[in-house]
Design a protein around this ligand. Structure first.
Ligand SMILES: *Cc1c(COP(=O)(O)O)cnc(C)c1O
Length: 412
């Protein structure tokens, strides 16, 4: 067999596990070259919100691609970006939009905005606080603010030091708040947090009141509050933003994944008036120095505008509520299955842990065996160690969702 020249992410090619070839997709379904109908139960790594190949997003991409494909965004502008920014600021509680291309870059931009805010005020602060078990992306800066582990051990000497606040596990919420309060007394620059749901850290959930308290503590100490809603945004937790459930308005908000409905890469970092103002000056040294070649690519912006139109014109909130109710019902059923523990659900996300004895963590041998089991059953599910979760596109049918739940119950 000739080896493919493609080097896949998070894939150990030395294990020679099968890599299915997918030709097309529609709704929650992927069709493989060999004719299999596969249920995409994780929204192709959390990006596909409404469903694959939504006709309005596909049409917007085609239309924009024939009109203006790309434009330098430093000193020049275009209508798809201007309109998208106006629509985003009308919908979300922050007034300024900075574009980039991925969740990781949206987080890097958020960190640079926070450090720039303090530097431009002549009060340099550099320390970043994060929550235990966080994930914010795979670039060096984003890895630095994420949990340390097998994923980043090789690069650890390059990662900058951060203050880690314990995860607010049930019963330990006050310990988290006390630790945050104590850390805020040492004048850190910012606290970066995944609101309500920590994704890659194991689909860990905590309640809105804790998020609201964390926000209040930061506010009381003048510490910037940066919300990474790259995964939680666009309805995943039941509301458009997770922050909404806690009535929290962050100083900086990162969005990516579902911003284009999951069709094409685009990210935004939204900033408060104060953060924008700290960079607004006649002094060029106070400029926000960040760009990537494809900043605010017009085709991606057109796709994002189509996504927003779908949110306005289609019953997206009803679909999310129905999916959430089905996931909640499955939570009740799965909670009684032997070998399954910690069944939890928030909005459209359902997660559980298989009792794995000492064979736990990301390198657990259970994960690859589970993945093979699901793959053989024509399901795209990707365990995080002994944790399995379903986070399907909102277009998934009741039958297909039932098959996902049945496989989760039967896997052990
Ligand atoms: C996926 C993710 C990121 C990184 O986004 P990429 O587009 O993969 O770079 C950052 N933060 C959170 C919370 C994520 O889930």
């Amino acid at each position: 067999m000739t080896r493919s020249p493609v080097w896949h992410p998070f894939t150990q090619h030395g294990l020679e596990e099968p890599v299915p070839l997918v030709d097309r997709a529609e709704g929650a379904i992927l069709w493989t070259r060999d004719g299999r109908r596969v249920i995409d139960a994780i929204s192709s790594w959390w990006v596909t919100t409404h469903g694959h190949c939504h006709p309005r997003i596909v049409a917007a991409i085609a239309e924009q691609a024939g009109r203006l494909d790309q434009l330098i965004f430093a000193g020049w502008t275009h209508e798809p970006a201007e309109r998208l920014a106006a629509e985003l600021t009308a919908l979300l509680p922050l007034p300024y939009v900075f574009f980039s291309d991925s969740g990781s870059t949206a987080v890097e931009v958020a960190l640079k905005m926070a450090l720039g805010f303090w530097a431009n005020r002549g009060e340099p602060r550099h320390r970043i606080l994060v929550l235990e078990h966080s994930y914010h992306g795979d670039t060096i800066g984003a890895m630095s603010v994420g949990a340390r582990g097998v994923f980043n051990r090789a690069y650890a000497p390059l990662l900058f030091d951060v203050g880690t606040i314990p995860f607010p596990a049930e019963g330990g919420e006050q310990r988290t708040l006390d630790a945050l309060e104590a850390a805020c007394r040492n004048a850190p620059a910012a606290f970066l947090v995944e609101p309500l749901l920590l994704g890659a850290g194991g689909m860990l959930m905590y309640p809105p009141w804790v998020l609201a308290e964390m926000r209040a503590i930061c506010e009381a100490h003048g510490v910037l509050f940066l919300a990474d809603e790259v995964m939680t945004g666009w309805g995943r937790t039941g509301t458009l933003l997770a922050c909404e459930q806690a009535a929290v308005v962050p100083d900086v908000l990162c969005l990516a994944k579902g911003l284009t409905g999951g069709a094409i890469p685009l990210a935004v970092t939204l900033a408060s008036e104060a953060i924008y103002d700290a960079h607004y000056a006649q002094d060029r040294a106070k400029t926000f120095y960040h760009s990537s070649s494809y900043t605010a690519n017009p085709i991606a912006c057109a796709a994002a505008r189509a996504n927003l139109a779908i949110w306005r014109d289609e019953p997206v909130a009803e679909r999310i509520a129905a999916l959430g109710a089905a996931q909640a019902a499955a939570r009740e059923r799965l909670a009684g299955v032997p070998g399954i523990a910690g069944v939890r659900q928030m909005g459209t996300v359902l997660a559980l842990d298989y009792e794995a004895g000492s064979d736990r963590g990301y390198l657990s041998t259970l994960g690859p065996r589970l993945m093979a089991f699901f793959r053989e059953g024509d399901l795209l599910l990707r365990p995080l160690g002994n944790t399995v979760y379903a986070m399907p596109p909102y277009a998934i049918t009741t039958d297909d969702l039932g098959r996902v739940h049945a496989a989760m119950a039967a896997a052990l």
